[in-house]
Structure formats: C-alpha cells, structure tokens
Design a protein around this ligand. Structure first.
Ligand SMILES: [Zn+2]
Ligand SMILES: [Zn+2]
Length: 291
C-alpha cells in the first residue's frame, strides 16, 4: 500500500540573486528561488524565480489546472520566471497569486502589472489566458487556500519587506523562510514563531559567517544564525536556501559539511530535491519525515 504524504515539497530553484549555469552548479543547481508544495489536491508554489520555468512545463504536461502562487517578495530573483510560466498562458488554468508584504501598499495585481510591462517584456498581463485571481493579505494573516491547508504568514526583516510562510496540514509543518536577515530582535522572534516545532524548514543562509560582515543590512543570513534560530524553535530538520550567486558546488558542499558538524539536522537545499511529510492519518511509528 502506498501512502500519500500530508505535505510533499520539491525544490525547483535554491539559489539567490541570479541564476547560474555551468559545470560548477550541477549538484546544488542554478535556478533561483522556487519551491512546489503539494498538500492533498492542492498545488502551491512559493516564489517565481527561474525555477518556476521547468516547473510550469511539468505542471502543464501533468494537466494541473489549479495553482496557488505565493510571493515572498518581488525582488528579481523571486519573479524572473513568471513571464515564462506556461500555465499562465493556458486557458484551462486557474491561477491565484498571493502577496502580502508590500510596504507601499501595492496590490498583487499591480506587482504582476510591473512584471509584464513593455519595454521590459513585450506583452502585458492581459495576455495571460489563465483565469488569474489576485489575493492580497497582510503579514501575520492566516490563510486557508484550500480545505485542510493552513498557512501562517509573518513579516521578514528584508529590504522592501518579505513574507515568511508556515504551511500546516494533518499535523505536519513545512516553512518557507527567505529572504531575511537575523536581527537579534523582533525579526528573529518572528522566525522562531513561524518555525516553531516544524518538521522541515528552508531558510535564507546566503552567506558564510566569514562573509557576513561585508554584507550587513543586505537582508540575508548565515547558516550559523539559521541553525541557532532553528534550534531555539525546536525544528526537526532544516535546509540552507538562497545560495550565494556564483558559489560553486565544492564551496557549497564545504558549507554544508561545516554546518552539519554543528547541526546534524541541517543540509543545503538542492534543485530537484524532494521531501515528504507524513501526518496524522498515516502516522504509525515515530518517524514522520523522510526525503
Ligand atoms: Zn532573493
Ligand atoms: Zn530579496
């Protein structure tokens, strides 16, 4: 008997800032931020970095018609794939686009309008053939995009703002927390609130502790701070995400090795990596998480 996971996660892009190609990006991947989450019949996407381009092709081939897309924020590395997301141009698709971080009050529709805009892109958003529904919320809101799926949101410490997401279903929890910089204060408290007792968390570990002093206030964190926050929050397993642009595989591997010496429950997220979380209806033993 095959059991279906309560939450399934697939990483389609784990890099920050801009994509990377070449032989030095084969292990961890070169696409920017995009994570697919399936929970029951619900298909959710977190961020539209370049990783959403192959994801869109896969969803189209599978014939998926209902998609919820959540923006952490709209810096280029998190939206660059949206104009090339094939389901947006399929007239059978229903696309809900969620955003909640904009400090200037911009609506999700205004954000998408800014992406599909000549002369930066040849067509406007009116050319999308999908039925697009824009959903605005405020960080701190609890969303229920489909029955049984609960998403807790919170504001992250990042230039222009960003939103972190905690996705819960059947007693298991996955968190998507990028982009943020640890601040020793309210921002860290919000990370701990969102990540509390989570089964799996992906979070911004752009810099090494040695690099970080050069990038204070850039809005990104380190594996040391992520590890401390996850330990304080009681996280079972966590992954470094938003890998530094142009960081090659061997350097990224060294970072994973260093982090695991201190935090054995840590890993560096890889493009193509899948995780399955099994919750209440299936729970038989003690181990709820597999990957
Ligand atoms: Zn980013
Ligand atoms: Zn950013």
């Amino acid at each position: 008997m095959s059991l279906s996971p309560s939450i399934a996660i697939q990483v389609w892009g784990a890099r920050g800032t801009f994509p990377m190609v070449g032989a030095d990006a084969l292990e961890f991947g070169g696409h920017t931020a995009c994570v697919e989450v399936r929970a029951g019949g619900s298909v959710m996407i977190f961020d539209a970095g370049s990783g959403i381009i192959p994801l869109g092709k896969a969803l189209l081939e599978e014939g998926v018609t209902e998609i919820d897309l959540f923006f952490s924020h709209v810096h280029y590395d998190h939206i660059i794939g949206l104009p090339y997301f094939l389901p947006a141009f399929w007239n059978k698709a229903k696309l809900r686009i969620w955003a909640g971080h904009m400090l200037d009050g911009s609506t999700p529709e205004q954000l998408v309008d800014g992406i599909f805009r000549p002369p930066y892109f040849p067509i406007t958003k009116e050319y999308m053939r999908a039925d697009v529904d824009y959903r605005k919320f405020s960080p701190g809101d609890v969303l229920e995009p489909s029955p049984g799926v609960r998403i807790v949101t919170g504001a992250l410490n990042h230039p222009n703002g960003a939103v972190g997401y905690r996705i819960e279903r059947e007693g298991v929890t996955f968190c998507y927390l990028t982009d943020f910089e640890h601040d020793g204060g309210a921002g860290d408290a919000e990370i701990r609130r969102l990540a509390r007792d989570a089964d799996l968390v992906l979070l911004d570990a752009t810099y090494t502790p040695e690099e970080y002093p050069r990038y204070v206030k850039f809005g990104h964190s380190t594996w040391e701070h992520c590890g401390a926050l996850c330990a304080e929050a009681g996280v079972r397993r966590w992954g470094m995400f938003h890998h530094m642009h142009m960081r090659g595989d061997s350097d990224q591997q060294a970072i994973e090795d260093a982090a695991r010496k201190v935090y054995p429950n840590a890993f560096a997220a890889r493009q193509g990596q899948r995780f399955e979380l099994f919750g209440q209806p299936h729970r038989s033993g003690s181990d709820r998480a597999a990957s």
